[in-house]
Write a protein that binds this ligand. Structure first.
Ligand SMILES: NC(=O)c1ccc[n+]([C@@H]2O[C@H](COP(=O)([O-])OP(=O)(O)OC[C@H]3O[C@@H](n4cnc5c(N)ncnc54)[C@H](O)[C@@H]3O)[C@@H](O)[C@H]2O)c1
Length: 324
């Protein structure tokens, strides 16, 4: 059992993360602007602090006496505030919080980044070198939110260089986080329900159909914290589901929404996602336990039933779709 401090613990992801870590047997302490009455946090330790206030943040983080610090607090939605406010708030808070963690002697520090660092959705166009996207894909942030997350990753790497291996760091890029209540119909971060995002691919296309169950982020963090002393320092991980949040293969959907990806996306058949979680599997042995079909009670992906034998796909095609 560890004592784990989570900044932004009252937020959308933070609530599930704190609850998941507590359920796994850890002692948790959430640091957020205000004490929350969310059910997930009931009975758990919370500290109200403005983490943009360096002195207050430094005192609060030192006072947690934690074994690990997970930094989630941020303005979490692109364009939800003026660009300079997002950049200043997120970049400064990442530096303040992680520096305070180092000063307090917390041996494990993890910061939340975002897949948006890659730069998809840029108004003048964007094309990756290859698909699926992974940790080797070059970040090309095109807005202040994505840039602030890129800076958070770079701040983590900078602090690792300063401290040597005395402090173990990592950053993670959670895909579009879906909390348990959102499977049951509560609106997701962008305001639509999961069912609406599935019914209209245009809603999920801006995130390239990525998603992850918040409970899987909790198991990822739990696994990462155990592994941190034994893996290279300051690594970055994508944390995503095994499949895409879409009813049709991305080989078909991506070219409709990201012009120029016809050939790149050709391998994304069946349920294959645009973001690979292979590094987290390989380095940490983590894998997600949840997927949208299971959560919504839908059968696994397979060939669409055809009413007339002449319309049925060839057996080869059907097998390829199921296996991919
Ligand atoms: N939700 C997603 O789909 C998603 C995807 C990728 C990355 N992320 C990242 O994960 C983290 C958590 O995201 P979320 O969806 O839970 O966001 P959220 O907005 O629900 O939660 C963020 C929390 O940070 C707190 N916070 C903000 N400024 C603060 C300050 N100055 N002092 C103290 N607390 C402050 C807020 O009060 C809030 O509770 C963020 O860093 C976000 O960028 C989230």
């Amino acid at each position: 059992m560890s004592r784990i401090a989570v900044t932004g613990g009252a937020g959308r992801l933070g609530r599930s993360l704190v609850a998941g870590l507590a359920a796994a047997g850890h002692e948790t302490v959430s640091l957020d602007r205000a004490v929350s009455d969310a059910v997930e946090l009931q009975g758990l330790e919370q500290i109200a602090v403005d983490l943009t206030d360096t002195d207050a943040a430094t005192r609060a983080i030192a006072g947690t006496r934690a074994d690990a610090l997970i930094h989630l607090a941020a303005i979490a939605v692109p364009f939800s505030a003026p660009e300079e406010v997002i950049l200043r708030t997120n970049a400064t808070m990442a530096l303040t919080v992680m520096t305070a963690g180092v000063a307090a002697g917390i041996p494990k520090i993890v910061t939340a980044s975002s897949p948006t660092v890659l730069g998809y959705g840029a108004p003048k166009g964007w094309l990756p070198d290859r698909l699926p996207l992974d940790e080797e894909t070059t970040p090309k942030p095109w807005n202040a939110y994505a840039l602030s997350k890129h800076l958070a990753e770079q701040t983590m790497a900078m602090l690792a260089r300063q401290t040597g291996d005395a402090t173990r760091f990592a950053a993670f890029r959670p895909c579009y986080v879906i909390a348990p209540e959102e499977w049951k119909g509560a609106p997701t971060q962008q305001g639509h329900t999961v069912a609406e995002r599935l019914a209209d691919p245009a809603l999920s296309a801006p995130a390239l159909f990525n998603y992850v169950d918040a409970r899987d982020v909790a198991t990822f963090i739990d696994t990462l914290l155990v592994a941190l002393p034994d893996i290279p320092n300051a690594e970055v991980f994508f944390v995503g589901a095994d499949d895409a949040l879409a009813r049709r293969p991305l080989a078909e959907l991506l070219p409709r929404f990201v012009p120029g990806t016809e050939e790149l996306a050709a391998e994304l058949t069946g349920t294959a996602p645009a973001f690979s979680n292979a590094k987290a599997r390989r380095v940490l042995g983590w894998r997600p336990a949840h997927n949208w079909r299971g959560e919504l009670g839908e059968p696994p992906f397979g060939p669409v039933p055809h009413s007339h034998p002449a319309l049925a796909p060839s057996p080869d095609l059907a097998r390829k779709d199921v296996l991919a």
